[in-house]
Structures are given as structure tokens and as C-alpha cells.
Design a protein around this ligand. Structure first.
Ligand code: MIG
Length: 692
């Protein structure tokens, strides 16, 4: 059952695609109280209750025991103590006493989730502005709650098939020759590769939709040559538009009044990479259309994918903030300052970035009404993603483009994917990457992944290798690192052969990964799920934080500790361990339900297949289009017959069909023999173990 309860005057967010009727009942499960300008929902937690959801956040899969704040933030340090990252995904799922229930707080302003932090036995959710639509979902099991929520928020974005390939990225790639050299290094060493990201360095003065004609003299030729080598270029687009007369995006935006404004109607100025910048008011359809169409300039050069950054929006400082800081510093520096004043001085300087006063100083037009930014802050990135998606659609409505964003709100999942932002080259961030996957899926974000190897600080080769062993399963598989950090491309390291072998596993698994992704997107399922969702009666499985389900058939449990040569794994049922060294070299080890220590050398990555299930493995390839989805080996541990529904399509068109059998192919094992019910499919069941 799905019901809506409104408080204050809820704002339109476009999170839902279906209307939920307003309930005449009182909101169950929660006590509702007014706070200073806001509204607070408290729920008494049983001692064994678990809380899931919240999408992109720090900490656990079970969110209980911390305070989270929906306030999209350019957070460059994903420490446990942080309350906000780049996204606001206000879904909670409570599980414990009685039937589970889901609750979505549809509110584009600040929302605080105190989940047993102030009081261990109370969950208190506060809408700071008091204008919130509460959507309550009651179903008898956890996966059904997610399905119900997902059908309310609409189908997830479908990337092209090539976007499941390995992507190399780095802040600092600055020239045509550099891109070609990186690709050459991969191809020469047979390291699979499908894309290269261009970070802000390709632009002129960080101006959106510009590219440097000296370092990229012929972008069209570059992207054509790359495409012939099965590589796509993926340029970045930032939210802020450089203030510079003569720059068309700036001039048009000013002339048409497309930018966010101060209270007096003049355009708001904030500083980001281009220096003084304007911020398109993506809330307005005509602004989205205008900005979205700007992507066509790059599409005309043969580009097929983009990433949108800085769209929280990040603000290094504002004009007013800088002025106020100047005055304060001048005042402080007139005397030899004491310690208190010194720390205050530091706060003044550091506090200029992403300052709350700045977010209160500019305005949008939101559904015809003037709206102060802070009331709708968490929607900015979502509307930028929508602008880009609409621009891509208007360029070619039949084509799937790659698009992923840093900031998001529920609803943006229909338009693009998200990457998990500026993590660090820390071992704990492999685990953080894993934990975000199921939570993001619950909120509709299926196309996602983290910066493999870590963004900030220097990576080590064992860290990158282990991280690739998780990244091999994530839809977005991208190695990305920050300017001035150690070079992080696979071929820089002694362990490159092991890393390459992990990529062969990724490409061999593509028929499975692509099938599971597409089936989940088309049927509102999650590709990654907490064990608690599939084994709700298993008290151990309920609290597992470092293993997750992958698709219907598998579980993953990566190694995430330095110098570990294995790990403990809990198997909620009998499973077949596939211990991969490469796509062609692996052991199959049937294992019984229970606790196990699994030996995993640095070059070994585990995948667990549920007993009775089979998965397809292709022969791989050095780019996605080279992977033959019809020539498959089946892996599994079977008692009898088993089948797998393989999904395949052309990988590029926007209207794939699952139901008519065109894309769904059944393959499997019956009476010990492999069978295939589909076009030109050959399957070999040589890797199926019958009865251990
Ligand atoms: O202020 O474009 O998260 O992936 O490399 C940093 C430079 C801006 C932040 C993104 C990161 C990207 C970087 N950007």
C-alpha cells in the first residue's frame, strides 16, 4: 500500500512519475511535531530494527546509529564523520518488528536524518523548512518495497552498452597527443578499454562547451580516430558558466535572463574553476532546453558521452562572501591577533567555500514562482542532469548516450547515472564503494561506480588491483584520479598483468552484468542488494556489511584490506565460489552455507554463485563491441536443470524491448546437457558442477 501525507506546502520535485493520492489517515509509525520552522517525524526503534536507504552517503548499509543530512555538498573528504555528500536520496526502509515499511521524504531543501544518533532508540527525521510530502510504502518484504518505490519514481536511465567497458580518466589529461598515448598504452598491452574521460583541462579557461584548439586542434578527427579504435571520449561539463563578454554561453544567458539571480534581479556571481561564474537556472524548462542544446557542439565532434560536475552547485566563494571575508581579515590583521582571533581568521577563510549565506542569496524560478535557492538546493544537480539528457535526446532521440553526474536527487536516476565523487586512495573506500551500491540502487541509481584506485591522495598498486576486483562488477568501471596525485593508469604499475587479468574477467562477465543491469532497469529491480533483502530470516545475513548480492544469481565479497591474502565470508546458502585469476584461469569451489575463510592471493577475485543457478561467461574482448554474447560458457553448481535469462540488444537504441522475446534468450542445463533457446547462441556447460 502506498499513501501520501503532506506537511506545510510541499514543493514540486519531479521525483515521482505517478500521483500518489493524499491519505485521509494520520501518518502511522511516526509522531509528528513542529520544530522551529520545520517539521520532525520521530519513530521509536526496536532494539533489533535496521534502517536501509539514503542512497549516496557515508557509513553502513544499515544506516542506524549516525546522523545524515540531505544537503548536496562538494565534499572532498569522505570521512565517516561527514553528514552530507553530493546527493539527497531521502528514502528510508525500516525493518524489524512487524512488517517492514519504506518512507520517502520528498523535500528539496535540507532534511536531517538522526537515525539513533541523539537517542539510540529513536529515528528523528526533520524537514528544516517544514514543506514535505511523505510517501509511505507498506509491503510485506524489503525487495517489494523497493520495487514499489521504483515504480513510483520511474524507469532508470539506460546507458549504451559500451558504457559497461573500462574507462580511463584523470584530472590533467590536456592534449590530443596525451589521449592518443594513453589509448596506445592500453591497446599495445591488451588492457581492455572503451573510454577516456576529458576533465576540465580540455576547455579554454574552463569554459563549458569550449575546447582548446591548440591542444586539441581537431577534436572531430580525434574522436573519429578513437572510435575506430573502439574508444569513446567523455568530456566533463561543469555547472558554472564563466562570466566573460564575447563568450556565447555567457552572453546568451545574460541576454535572456537564464542565470540565477540575486534578490534584486541581477545575476548571481560565484567563483568556481572559470573564476567569476554565473549559474544557469536549470529549474526552468526553457533554460534546460537552451543549456542542453549546447551539448550539441560537442556531439557534432563525434562525442557520445558526458559527465556533469560541480552541480551541487559547488561554490569556492561568492562575490559577497569574498568582500565580507576581506573586511573581516582587514579588521583582524590590524593588531597582533590572539589565538581565538587566529582560529576565527582560519574559519573566515575556509568558510568562504560552499557557504550557507551564499546559498540563501540567490533565486530560481521554480514552476513559475520565485524561490530562494536554499529551499530547493538539492534539486540543482538533478535539473542539470535533466537538461543534459534532454539535450542529448533532442540531438538524437533514438540513441543512448553516456551521462553521469556528481550531484543528484531522486528523479535524476531517469536521466543519467552518478559517480560516487571524490573518494581517496584509502582501503576503507573500497568498502564504502561497496556499501553505497545497494543503497543507490534502492533509489533508482543503477548506473554507478566510484573512482577506482581512489581520487585524492596517492594510490598504491595493490590498492588499485584490489579495487579493480570490486570495480569489475560495477556498471560504471572508471579509474579516475586527481591532479598532482601519482599516475594511476594500469600500465604504470608492476602489477599491470594482474590488473589486466581482472579486466578480462570484467569483459567475460559482460553478458551477465549487462543482462542483470538491463533486466533490473526494465523491471524496477535492484542489481545490488543487501543480504538482508534476500535472506530476511537469516539473523547473520541481516547484518552483513561487506558482502552484497549481485543480480539474481550471485553474491560478491571483495578483499578490502591491505596485505590480506583472503577474507572471511558468510554464505547464507550453499554457493559455488569462482576464484578468478583471469577469464581463462579460475577455480570452482562448491561451499556450504556458513562461515568460511577464503584464501585470495593478490591476483585472485571471488564471485559466489548461488547453488542451483548458472551464469554465462563470454570469451571476453578488448572492448565491449568485441565481446560475443552468443558464445558462452555456463558456470554453476547444480542439482538438476537450471536456466538463465540472457538479455541482449544492439546496445545503442533507446527503446529496447524485453517482453517480446527479441532480447530475452534462455540458456541453461538440462539432463546434464547445455541448451540454448535463442538466435545463434552456442553454450557450453563444461563449467557446471553437478552435485558438488
Ligand atoms: O574541484 O574537474 O569530483 O572528479 O576530477 C574539483 C576536476 C572539480 C571534482 C570532481 C573530480 C574532477 C575535478 N572536479
Amino acid at each position: 500500500m502506498i499513501r501520501r501525507f503532506d506537511y506545510g506546502a510541499p514543493l514540486k520535485t519531479d521525483a515521482l512519475v505517478k500521483d500518489v493520492p493524499l491519505s485521509a489517515d494520520a501518518l502511522p509509525y511516526f509522531t509528528v511535531t513542529e520544530t522551529d520552522g520545520g517539521v520532525c517525524f520521530t519513530h521509536a526503534l526496536g532494539k533489533d530494527d535496521l534502517i536501509f536507504g539514503l542512497g549516496e552517503t557515508v557509513r553502513g548499509i544499515n544506516k542506524r546509529g549516525h546522523l545524515y543530512r540531505s544537503w548536496n555538498t562538494d565534499e572532498f573528504s569522505h570521512l565517516e564523520s561527514k553528514e552530507s555528500l553530493y546527493a539527497s536520496h531521502n528514502l528510508l526502509i525500516f525493518s524489524g518488528q512487524g512488517s517492514p515499511f519504506g518512507v520517502f521524504f520528498d523535500d528539496p531543501g535540507e532534511v536531517v536524518f538522526d537515525l539513533g544518533y541523539t537517542d539510540a532508540n529513536t529515528a528523528a527525521i526533520t524537514s528544516v523548512n517544514g514543506n514535505v510530502s511523505v510517501i509511505l510504502i507498506e509491503e510485506d518484504e524489503l525487495n517489494a518495497i523497493v520495487r514499489a518505490f521504483r515504480s513510483l519514481i520511474g524507469q532508470s536511465y539506460l546507458p549504451p552498452k559500451w558504457a559497461f567497458g573500462y574507462i580511463q580518466s584523470r584530472w590533467g589529461y590536456a592534449a590530443d597527443s596525451e589521449v592518443r598515448a594513453i589509448v596506445r598504452e592500453h591497446r599495445d598491452r591488451h588492457i581492455p578499454l572503451d573510454g577516456v574521460c576529458l576533465d576540465i583541462d580540455y576547455m579554454v579557461d574552463y569554459k563549458d562547451f569550449s575546447w582548446n584548439r591548440e591542444s586539441f586542434p581537431d577534436l572531430k578527427k580525434l574522436s573519429k580516430d578513437m572510435k575506430e579504435d573502439h574508444i569513446r571520449l567523455i568530456p566533463i561539463i561543469d555547472a558554472g558558466v564563466k562570466e566573460q563578454s564575447g563568450y556565447d554561453v555567457c552572453d546568451e544567458g545574460v541576454a535572456n535572463g537564464y542565470f540565477c539571480t540575486y534578490e534584486d534581479g541581477s545575476p548571481f556571481v560565484g567563483a568556481v574553476w572559470p573564476g567569476r561564474s554565473y549559474f544557469p537556472d536549470f529549474f526552468r524548462p526553457e533554460v534546460r532546453r537552451w543549456f542542453g542544446d549546447k551539448y550539441h557542439a560537442l556531439l557534432d565532434q563525434g562525442i557520445e558521452g558526458f559527465w556533469n560536475d560541480m552541480n551541487e552547485p559547488a561554490l569556492f566563494y561568492s562575490e559577497n562572501g569574498l568582500k565580507a571575508a576581506h573586511e573581516e581579515l582587514n579588521r583582524l590583521l590590524t593588531t597582533n591577533i590572539g589565538l581565538d582571533a587566529f582560529f576565527h581568521l582560519k574559519d573566515v577563510v575556509l568558510g568562504m567555500a560552499n557557504n550557507r549565506d551564499d546559498y540563501r542569496s540567490f533565486y530560481h524560478q521554480h514552476h513559475g514562482k520565485r524561490m530562494r535557492h536554499d529551499k530547493v538546493h538539492n534539486l540543482y544537480g538533478a535539473y542539470m542532469t535533466q537538461a543534459a539528457a534532454e539535450g542529448l535526446r533532442s540531438y538524437d532521440p533514438d540513441k543512448r548516450f553516456l551521462l553521469f553526474s556528481r550531484a543528484s536527487y531522486v528523479g535524476a536516476h531517469r536521466h543519467g547515472g552518478v559517480w560516487q565523487g571524490d573518494n581517496s586512495s584509502w582501503w576503507s573506500h573500497i568498502l564504502l564503494n561497496l556499501k553505497m551500491l545497494p543503497s543507490l540502487n534502492m533509489c533508482g541509481f543503477l548506473y554507478t561506480g566510484a573512482d577506482l584506485g581512489g581520487f585524492s591522495s596517492n594510490t598504491t598498486e595493490d590498492l588499485l588491483l584490489r579495487w579493480l576486483q570490486l570495480g569489475a562488477f560495477t556498471p560504471l568501471m572508471r579509474n579516475h584520479s586527481a591532479l598532482h596525485t601519482r599516475d594511476q593508469e594500469i600500465y604504470r604499475f608492476g602489477m599491470q598483468e594482474d590488473m589486466r587479468n581482472i579486466l578480462t574477467v570484467r569483459y567475460a562477465l559482460l553478458p551477465y552484468l549487462y543482462s542483470e543491469f538491463m533486466k533490473c532497469a526494465l523491471t524496477q529491480e535492484s542489481m545490488f542488494r543487501p543480504l538482508a533483502f534476500d535472506y530476511p530470516a537469516d539473523q547473520t545475513a541481516l547484518r552483513v556489511e561487506d558482502q552484497i548480492m549481485l543480480g539474481k544469481e550471485c553474491m560478491i565479497a571483495p578483499v578490502y584490506q591491505q596485505n590480506a591474502r583472503g577474507r572471511y565470508v558468510y554464505l547464507p546458502e550453499d554457493m559455488l565460489l569462482v576464484r578468478f585469476r583471469s577469464a581463462a584461469d579460475y577455480d570452482l569451489l562448491p561451499m556450504e552455507q556458513g562461515h568460511h575463510w577464503i584464501d585470495l592471493q593478490l591476483n585472485e577475485m571471488p564471485l559466489f554463485i548461488r547453488k542451483g543457478c548458472i551464469i554465462p561467461l563470454s570469451r571476453g574482448g578488448e572492448w565491449v563491441e568485441a565481446v560475443d554474447f552468443t558464445d558462452l560458457t555456463l558456470l554453476g553448481w547444480l542439482d538438476g536443470a537450471a536456466s538463465y535469462e540472457l538479455y541482449d540488444d544492439d546496445g545503442t537504441t533507446t527503446q529496447p524491448v524485453l517482453a517480446d522475446g527479441l532480447n530475452a534468450i534462455l540458456c541453461g542445463v538440462k539432463d546434464g546437457r547445455a541448451f540454448a533457446d535463442g538466435k545463434g547462441l552456442t553454450v557450453d556447460a563444461s563449467r557446471v558442477i553437478v552435485n558438488g
